[in-house]
Design a protein around this ligand. Structure first.
Ligand SMILES: [Zn+2]
Length: 335
């Protein structure tokens, strides 16, 4: 029998052994908290906004758009559109919820507002790191980092944290401007329910790392000189006005947003393997995955493609995980 608690600790240790600025869960929390506090909101509210940003890597781990990533096999245009739509939709919910808070300053309304805001912040923060990078590529780079001490993961690029702070500030400026427009005092936001932090489950983490074997060596990211400002402007517009519109990010349905910053990588020998990861992921696979928050409706039907083939990784088999009880479309990352 494996000691599950030790495995969880091991997974957390291995997977979070990254520089302090890397966009892991604690940095999502800190960036969100700092920006919120700098805008003069009550500490209890800022803590819950930051907690909601932190917890997306637990509760929505397998929803790629929540982390500004493409589904494996999805075009950059469709992937970016889904992520931008998510931000736009959250912007609308924030606007409606601000109205509800003004009308009825209930704990329920303020708690809901904090959660929508936090989930939006996670999206814009992750876009700074990922710019669409699918999980197989991201997992490959994470394994390189863990096994060889490299710094290839997009989450460990210092510029990503700088960008994440800027995007966080922009979203929170819009949120507090909206509250101000409605004549709401920031102080009323302290009437909030307390939710705790939840870490990425180690089953999700192992699933994610296993997806490295699906990478074909091609760098897939979307052009963030286009997507980043578009995502921000749609979110801000949706918070500020009932008349905001979501517009498909590409003029055509081709892959016009796809950029390959890096040369192709030779994947013929498979992803990095190291004993520590194998050991950590060798645990049983019968854990309950967490409940998802309310689902964001899609901007359009994408057909739910999943090009993931078989192929397990390391000395253990991930097949048991793939046969789990829920629809895991693609794996997610940290960040
Ligand atoms: Zn994330």
């Amino acid at each position: 029998m494996f000691d599950t608690s030790r495995l969880v600790i091991g997974a957390v240790f291995v997977l979070y052994a990254a520089p302090a600025y890397a966009l892991n869960q604690s940095v999502h929390y800190q960036i969100s908290y700092d920006s919120c506090m700098a805008r003069g909101a009550p500490e209890a509210f800022c803590d819950q906004v930051a907690t909601a940003a932190h917890n997306v890597d637990n509760s929505e781990f397998n929803i790629l758009a929540a982390h500004s990533q493409m589904e494996n096999g999805q075009t950059a245009c469709d992937g970016a559109d889904t992520a931008i739509w998510r931000g736009f939709w959250f912007g609308q919910q924030i606007r409606h919820t601000v109205g509800a808070v003004v009308y009825d300053n209930s704990t329920e309304h303020i708690t809901t507002l904090a959660q929508y805001v936090g989930r939006t912040l996670h999206l814009v923060q992750d876009n700074c790191a990922h710019s669409g990078m699918p999980n197989p590529q991201h997992a490959w780079k994470s394994l390189d980092d863990v096994c060889h001490g490299t710094m290839e993961s997009p989450d460990t690029v210092p510029e990503a944290a700088v960008c994440a702070r800027e995007e966080t500030d922009a979203v929170l400026d819009a949120v507090f401007a909206s509250l101000s427009d409605w004549g709401a005092e920031k102080e009323l936001l302290s009437n909030i329910e307390d939710h705790g932090n939840a870490l990425t489950s180690y089953l999700d983490a192992c699933n994610y790392l296993g997806s490295a074997s699906l990478w074909d060596g091609v760098d897939r990211r979307w052009d963030n000189t286009i997507v980043r400002p578009r995502m921000r402007s749609e979110i801000v517009a949706a918070i500020a006005s009932d008349d905001a519109q979501h517009v498909y990010v590409c003029d055509t349905t081709n892959d016009g947003l796809l950029v390959g910053y890096d040369a192709d990588v030779d994947v013929s020998n498979g992803p990095n393997k190291c004993a520590g990861i194998s050991l950590v992921c060798l645990g049983k696979a019968d854990g309950d995955l967490p409940a998802q928050p309310d689902t964001v409706p899609g901007p359009q039907d994408h057909g739910g493609c999943n090009t993931g083939g078989g192929g397990s990784l390391f000395v253990f088999s991930l097949a048991a995980l793939a046969l789990g009880t829920r629809r895991v479309r693609t794996r997610r990352t940290f960040g």
